[in-house]
Design a protein around this ligand. Structure first.
Ligand SMILES: NCc1[nH]cc(CCC(=O)O)c1CC(=O)O
Length: 316
């Protein structure tokens, strides 16, 4: 049969796992989508997948993991795009919207090291591999003696490089590990007090064309309201600070009944200066809380706060 829905995704194992989860949830909700071939998965190589010799922050530009797939959405060659919301810029192209958030996975970061049970136990001067400015900054805030290497590649590649001893430790999102069935490889988990997660970490968003009522009726049925509100608050912080995945910004919103709490952190890439704030309110105020927290942080940031953002260490 010809496909009723075409999903655009990156081709990495994690991206494919997320696309398969989306397809399975669609099939469970709509019998016609459970037929063989009803939902087709179309993979794209994005600019972010091609850049392997330097960090994405050094490469610059926003939407490195999303642009090619969004173009396919706009020209009609796919109907929905499945993204890690952590990789999605706050401003979307005209005509597109995030119309669905799947239930959020674990928002925390996992710790990996054959040498140390935790960040505090690493020997002085050890080399931590991460390409994330947020993780780099928080590691250096807590352990200024450590060195940072820009560790590139997908989740499996990074774990292989750790096993080969190219770095002494690394950090990865619990969400990706759970989705790939690799969580058993982690040495430990960092609490959000130890390492505040990236905006939207662990959340999958589905992007569609505004006005594509047929597709939107399907995907809206999968929406998780709590995830949508939490991501809305966190992305409110990010949008207000004009950040992207390349700036060391962390935020986490939690919901308890009708109540929402929000914590947000901006930290200099060398970890030597940071500003943190929090909000508590009703979950219906999610966006306003995020914007308000972002404005407070923005008003406190000294000029050139994010300068010198690239790690000095090697790229591995
Ligand atoms: N920038 C890469 C990226 N984008 C989303 C995830 C993990 C899954 C998620 O956070 O939803 C990862 C890898 C990682 O940070 O370990």
């Amino acid at each position: 049969m010809t496909a009723l829905l075409r999903i655009g995704t990156r081709g990495s194992p994690l991206a494919l796992a997320q696309a398969h989860e989306t397809r399975d949830r669609l099939a469970a909700a709509f019998p016609e989508l459970a037929e063989a071939g009803a939902v087709e998965i179309v993979t794209f190589k994005t600019e972010g997948d091609r850049i392997l010799d330097r960090t994405l922050s050094a490469a610059g530009g926003k939407g490195l993991f999303t642009k090619e797939i969004e173009q396919a959405l706009l020209d009609g060659s796919v109907d929905l795009a499945v993204h890690s919301m952590k990789d999605v810029p706050t401003a979307l192209p005209d005509g597109l919207a995030i119309t669905c958030y799947l239930p959020r996975e674990d928002h925390r970061d996992a710790w990996f090291s054959p040498k140390a049970a935790s960040l505090d136990d690493l020997p002085e001067g050890a080399l931590v591999g991460t390409a994330s400015l947020r993780r780099q900054a928080i590691v250096l805030m807590r352990r200024p003696d450590l060195r940072i290497a820009a560790l590139r590649g997908n989740v499996q590649t990074r774990l292989r490089k750790l096993e080969e001893g190219l770095v002494d430790a690394t950090l990865l999102a619990m969400a990706g590990l759970n989705r790939l069935g690799l969580v058993d490889k982690a040495t430990g988990v960092l609490s959000e007090e130890q390492m505040l997660p990236a905006v939207a970490q662990g959340a999958i968003g589905i992007e569609t064309r505004i006005g594509d009522d047929r597709t939107n009726a399907y995907v809206r049925a999968l929406n998780c309201a709590e995830t949508e509100l939490r991501v809305t608050a966190e992305r409110g912080v990010l949008a207000t600070l004009d950040g992207s995945c390349r700036t060391p910004i962390a935020a986490l919103a939690l919901i308890n009944g009708d109540a929402m709490s929000l914590k947000a952190l901006v930290i200099r890439p060398d970890g030597q200066q940071w500003f943190m704030t929090g909000r508590a309110g009703n979950r219906n105020e999610a966006l306003a809380m995020g914007i308000d927290a972002g404005q407070e942080l923005k008003s406190k940031l000294p000029a050139a706060f994010f300068d010198g953002i690239n790690p000095d260490g090697p790229v591995v």
